[in-house]
Design a protein around this ligand. Sequence first.
Ligand SMILES: *Cc1c(COP(=O)(O)O)cnc(C)c1O
Length: 487
Amino acid sequence: MARSLREPEKLLFEISRKNHEGYRTPANDVGDVPVGIEDAYLREDIPGFPEVTEVEVVRHFTRISHWNYALDDGLYPLGSCTMKHNPRINERAARLPGFAESHPLQPCATTQGSLRLMHELEGYLAEITGMDRVTLQPAAGAQGELTGVLLIRAYLTSRGDARRVILIPDSAHGTNPASAALCGYGIEEIRSGPDGCVDVEHLRERMGKDVAAVMLTNPNTLGIFESRIQEVCSIVHDGGGLVYMDGANMNAMLGLTRPGDAGVDVLHLNLHKTFTTPHGGGGPGSGPVALKKMLAPFLPVPVIEKEGDTFRLRHDMPHSIGKIRSFQGNFGMLVRAYTYIRTMGPDGLKEAAETAILNANYLRGHLDDVLDLPYDAPSLHEVVLSDRTLEETTGVKALDLAKRLLDYGFHPPTVYFPLIVKGAVMIEPTETESREELDTFIRAIKSIVAEARSNPEIVKTAPHTTPVRRLDEASAARKPRLRWKPE
Ligand SMILES: *Cc1c(COP(=O)(O)O)cnc(C)c1O
């Protein structure tokens, strides 16, 4: 019988056959070597351990790898994730032996090139964001948030003005309240207005002496630019608090606007989003934090300093919040982001942002007649649509649409987020997609909406062509089967 690559793959335990060997060790020609463990405790065999040949192992993992949809397969329109192409030149730079084989414990005199790269990268990120200083240590966006909130706490505490509350708009990314809570702050929500932006009047009413900071995602998770950000900053500053901006979605702002100029005090960036370093399973991530001068004494150690033409690591920072991550963070990602910035140049980065915005609006212009557009403010990096009418008229929901897209060969967009939109479908195409790819995606969505009208069952029971069909996501989360047991 012909075997399809889409067929479920058996586990290695199930493929195992007695005496299938992957590797044969040469016969012992040195006699008995005392190992200090009594024979009774040395086992000949590991019960149940799979016995497979090398070719079986290679094919097993290669087949499984084909199930994995990747950015290198096609459009990956996962909103708020900025899944954009990872240029291969970044990989070449990161593999240069001087970078790839350096060790973080080498004396600084022998790692001047790496230190210079990091120092220059800090400078570029400060310039791009309009901030004074940058730390490259955090390993992800959420860890950047934690770092930023710790900086705010250290700064306010040093002024004898420790405050307890952080205000977060309801359109913020979910990691924001989590990071603030991890630092011991109480969280209070600020409403969005009908335009999808933070309700400035609500913020003004709530701002008070107990408020340490406001954490603002900009552009927010509706893909909308917080156009009153300067007003937000002055309200918070007048009330003695600081403004944290979640800059994970900086892709739509590069070269167009700088958060530092608008009054933001501290923000994080996601190199694995905006700056094209691999994302998800291809990671690790990197979430540098940019800050204004008054927060600099609290930077995580060590700080990279330039003295004349040499670079050194400074550890003696009495007010530092300490270490956030081992060594300098995920250095390989820093090399990739540096390479990206250098290959693009200022004009290239600006063009990337403009094209990202254009692509999101191109999708919006073609899809707002088949899905609802809950907020009509201009879209930046992504467009958020809703399943409202589709569900009312056909019973097909955002989740069904997402699952059916798998049959059309696309990774689905983010669904049901942000929470303030009913049945949200959050699409972020990024600038690296061609118009042809976007058109294919638009045709797929339109065709699924047509199916929802003519044959809703096919959509509701999708996917039909994947090795694993529709999962019960609630029990997958609540009753995970973490261990394989023989039947
Ligand atoms: C992705 C994202 C984060 C979290 O970044 P991680 O690197 O996944 O921790 C935070 N905020 C926003 C707006 C994001 O899009």
